[in-house]
Structure formats: C-alpha cells, structure tokens
Ligand binder design. Structure first.
Ligand SMILES: [Zn+2]
Length: 299
C-alpha cells in the first residue's frame, strides 16, 4: 500500500511539473509578443494618451496610409465653412491636361479640347458662375471652381483659348520646380495667363513629392518656396494648395494652416454641407466626359 501511495505521489508531481513548465514557455512568450504588436497601433487611437515618443513616431509613419478615410471632409471635426439655407457650395472640378492626343500612358487625364468646350457650354447654359480656388465661398447661385493640377503646357496652348472664348475662370495648381521644364508651362505663359484675369496660379508644392513622410522643415519648405515663386511671377500671393499625390496627414494639414486658407484633395466628391476648407473634395474630370456627362455628375 505504501508503495502504491509513493507511485501515486510521483505521478502527481510529474503532472504538476508539466503544467508549471507549460505556463512559462511558448504560450506566455506568444502572448507577450502579441501585446507588443498591439501597442504599436495605439497611437492611431485619437483617445490615446501615450507618452511614449517611440510609439508616437511609429504611429506617425503609418498614419498617412489611412489618410483618405480619416480626412474625409464629411466626418472631420476641424473648422468648417458653413452653408446656410438657400446657399450653394461651389463645386470644385479636378482637371489635369487638355489634349487631343494623350502625352503619357495615363490617357484618362487628357480631356479632349472639344470635351472641355462642351463642358463650358453646358455650365454656362445651366447658369453656373466661376470662382477661383482661393476665393471659395458659398453663394446664392451655383458656381464651379475649375482646377488644373501640375501645370502642363497644354493648359496654355489648348485650355486657355477655350477659357477666353467662354470668359470662364480657372485655377492652375503648379508644382514650381517644373516651370520651364519640357511639357510644362513657361514663366511667360504663366504671366500672360495671370494678367488675363481669367487664370490664377496656386501651389501644388515645389517638388511634387508625397508630403506625408517628410520632416516638418521639408514640408514648410515645399509650401513656402512654391508660394514665393508664384508671387514673384504673378504678383498674386496665393492662399490655396492642391496636395501633391493627393496624400495628406494630420501633420501636413496642421502645417498647411500656416500658409493656406484652402486645400484641395483628390477625394472624388461634391458636398452640400459643412466643409473643412483645407480638405475640399473635387469631382474628377476624365477623358470622354462630355458636357452632358458633367451635368449628370453635378446633379
Ligand atoms: Zn499633381
């Protein structure tokens, strides 16, 4: 009997030791590394009070990937341009190039001159007025903001003559490093269009790089330098920007407030309510879009 009891106690001891080893090895290590991974995501949470600078840095680097959703102008809690009953919000339209023959593989960006003319005819018929990107304000009548990104040569050779014919206004967002470069507007073309009173020039940064991974100093350089060059060329200090590559982040928007009143995104939308003036969405215009097509898009 004593012998049996000894064997029984030995079995209990072996089982007990087994549990003890299991609880401190693989399972617990796995749990620990999982918690470490989660902690890197904490900076995404707006309610996080994390004081760990390492965590904040890691969050900052990943944050821009979600910018399109986070900075949707409809859900932002930042300052807004309000709209009252009976007022219309201007609708910003996003163009790039106007050319019969696409100059790059991105065909969709090259609206045909006949399509642009057709669009202006329809906008006139529907009673739309035009305003510049840096004078965004609600009005009693419907209005559009024609915006052209990048500053291609055809904005002068193809778009400008049609603009004059219909006495319409447009804003060209130029990335200033490209001025006088092959395929881009020259200083003289920019000055001539600016003096016509029908075209204003606004910032698209200096180098057209994604601003979101940049240091604060570099972002400020991109904003300040492009503003300076445009002011020297046109005598007009712009307060509008279209973010290059369309990417924005909390940091970029915060810094933009020091240089601009109005920021234009690539979020493909119109709006009817309040709008964050630094996150204005635009209706994308693409090759093949007629005046009728545009009217349908504007509702
Ligand atoms: Zn661009």
């Amino acid at each position: 009997m004593k012998h049996i009891l000894t064997i029984f106690l030995a079995i209990i001891l072996v089982i007990g030791l087994g549990y003890a080893f299991n609880s401190t090895s693989p399972g617990e290590n796995l749990q620990l590394s999982y918690i470490q991974d989660i902690s890197f995501e904490i900076p995404f949470d707006a309610n996080s009070n994390s004081e760990n600078p390492k965590s904040r840095k890691s969050g900052f680097h990943l944050y821009p990937e979600f910018s399109a959703e986070i900075y949707n102008p409809f859900i932002t809690d930042k300052p807004t341009v309000s709209i009252s009953d009976g007022e219309h919000s201007p609708v910003a339209l996003m163009y790039h190039a106007v050319n019969e023959v696409p100059q790059t593989s991105l065909d969709g960006l090259f609206l045909r001159p006949s399509e642009f003319e057709d669009q202006l005819k329809v906008l006139n018929d529907l009673g739309y007025s035009y305003c510049f990107a840096d004078e965004f304000q609600h009005s009693d009548t419907p209005s559009v903001i024609l915006t052209f990104d990048d500053g291609y040569t055809d904005n002068y050779t193809e778009m400008f003559p049609i603009l004059k014919k219909y006495n319409a206004k447009a804003t060209i967002f130029v990335f200033t490093a490209a001025i006088d470069g092959e395929g881009y507007l020259t200083r003289e073309q920019i000055q001539e269009m600016s003096e016509s009173g029908l075209v204003r020039f606004a910032s698209h940064s200096h180098n057209h790089n994604n601003l979101t991974p940049m240091s604060e100093e570099d972002i400020r350089y991109e904003f300040e330098h492009s503003k300076q060059i445009l002011a020297e060329l046109t005598g007009h200090e712009t307060n509008a920007i279209s973010y290059p590559t369309g990417k924005t982040s909390d940091i970029v928007i915060q810094i933009a407030q020091d240089y601009f009143h109005f920021g234009y995104t690539t979020v493909n939308s119109t709006y009817t309510g309040d709008c964050n003036p630094l996150l204005i969405p635009r209706v994308r215009i693409y090759r093949g879009m007629t005046g009728k097509g545009l009217a349908a898009r504007l509702g």
